[in-house]
Design a binder for this molecule. Structure first.
Ligand SMILES: NC(=O)c1ccc[n+]([C@@H]2O[C@H](COP(=O)([O-])OP(=O)(O)OC[C@H]3O[C@@H](n4cnc5c(N)ncnc54)[C@H](O)[C@@H]3O)[C@@H](O)[C@H]2O)c1
Ligand SMILES: O=P(O)(O)OC[C@H](O)CO
Length: 356
């Protein structure tokens, strides 16, 4: 029997728990109960978020108005939440994963399998390191990934979308994850390319920030399409430079071009970057994030910084003018309008990218 714990309970974490719970209750090889670890916090009412989720079956802070399923049990104790589980679903903002893995090391079942829904990476001396790698190294478990064109609120309303599971070798684990997540409105397929899938999900957040700048400057659809096209080229080039095994075909799955489109049209990174540009860069991302997202977290600004670190370390910044501009603008070194200045570098940029 398989027992599932979801580690994380933000906007996407809550929707993931709902999707999974709708399946575990029907599939005989899974325990009905889905445990969801909650980073505990007090609500303005003075009540604890975990208590309210368990009382109302709703994550009133991160996914208000949506029932999670009676078989979802919120648990504020991380170690207790994972102790019986052999299928671990990781879905927190990426900056918290190092600490979470440290707390989980030695505390999980020996036969556990993991899947990461987290869009983000870490910076190591040798270059970018993916969150699935962090999980595998720190916890000693196999870790697949699930990414896609997945704005959580739309999936919570059961509107049709697709996602991609990325796996390395372990196809039977991938099949089990597909079975666990698939519903009539959430169509999941798998590809043997963990890094490719995870890099798509991670890097599209940087392009989404660029798309938000374009919207905030009211530059129109053609400019936004150009930014998305250049962004996709940089995503592919960056991925293949660091991970040569990444497959071109992965970029045409839901995790690739489809996620890039949805995130540049309707995501949180786009929304906050739009506000940043409208304010002429005078209000920081931190301030806008806190005001506009009410506890939800942006990943794009931090990822742009991480991308900048690994590229500058290698002297490769000039090959990635869009990624570089997003970072420089988001820390206030360039004005938002600099996002289209990359076109001036076009001949060199195109030449460099096509030589990769
Ligand atoms: N929301 C979406 O539409 C969506 C869709 C696909 C993927 N994702 C990805 O899923 C991941 C999780 O995003 P989300 O939308 O579920 O979260 P979120 O941004 O909605 O919420 C932030 C979460 O972080 C928690 N948190 C705050 N401080 C913490 C700490 N110190 N330690 C641990 N947790 C802390 C909060 O309790 C909350 O659960 C991210 O990588 C995101 O890119 C999100
Ligand atoms: O709202 P964002 O910008 O974090 O994007 C959400 C998802 O990643 C879209 O697939």
């Amino acid at each position: 029997m398989y027992k599932v714990t979801v580690i994380g309970s933000g906007n996407w974490g809550s929707v993931a728990a709902k999707l999974i719970a709708s399946n575990t209750i029907k599939l005989p090889s899974f325990h009905d109960e889905v445990r969801m670890w909650v980073f505990e916090e007090k609500l303005p009412s003075g009540e604890k978020l975990t208590d309210v989720i368990n009382k109302t079956n709703e994550n009133v802070k991160y996914l208000p108005g949506v029932k999670l399923g009676k078989n979802v049990v919120a648990d504020p104790d991380l170690v207790n939440a994972v102790k019986d589980a052999n299928m671990l679903v990781f879905v927190t903002p990426h900056q918290f994963m190092e600490g979470i893995c440290k707390r989980l090391a030695g505390k999980i079942r020996a036969d556990a399998e993991g899947i990461s829904l987290i869009k983000g990476m870490e910076v190591k001396k040798e270059g970018p390191s993916m969150i699935s790698t962090l999980i595998t190294k720190q916890l000693g478990i196999n870790c697949s990934v699930l990414m896609g064109a997945n704005i959580a609120n739309e999936i919570a309303m059961e509107k049709f979308s697709e996602a991609t599971v990325g796996y390395n070798q372990n196809k039977s684990a991938a099949d089990r994850w597909v079975q666990l997540f698939c519903t009539p409105y959430f169509n999941v397929t798998s590809v043997e390319d963990v890094e490719g899938v995870e890099l798509c999900g991670t890097l599209k957040n940087v392009v989404a920030i660029a798309a938000g700048f374009v919207d905030g400057l009211e530059m129109g659809n053609n400019t936004k399409a150009a930014i998305m096209r250049i962004g996709l080229k940089e995503m592919m080039a960056f991925s293949k430079m660091w991970f040569p095994s990444v497959k071109d075909s992965t970029f045409f799955e839901s995790c690739g071009v489809a996620d890039l489109i949805t995130t540049c049209m309707g995501g949180r990174n786009r929304k906050v970057a739009d506000a940043y540009a409208r304010n002429g860069g005078k209000r920081s991302f931190e301030e806008l994030e806190a005001e506009m997202l009410q506890g939800q977290k942006l990943q794009g600004v931090l990822t742009a910084q991480e991308v900048h670190e690994v590229l500058s370390d290698r002297g490769w910044l000039h090959i990635f003018p869009l990624f570089s501009a997003v970072h420089a603008i988001s820390i206030g070194h360039l004005p938002p309008s600099a996002i289209v200045k990359i076109s001036e570098e076009k001949p060199r940029h195109v030449q460099l990218l096509s030589s990769l």
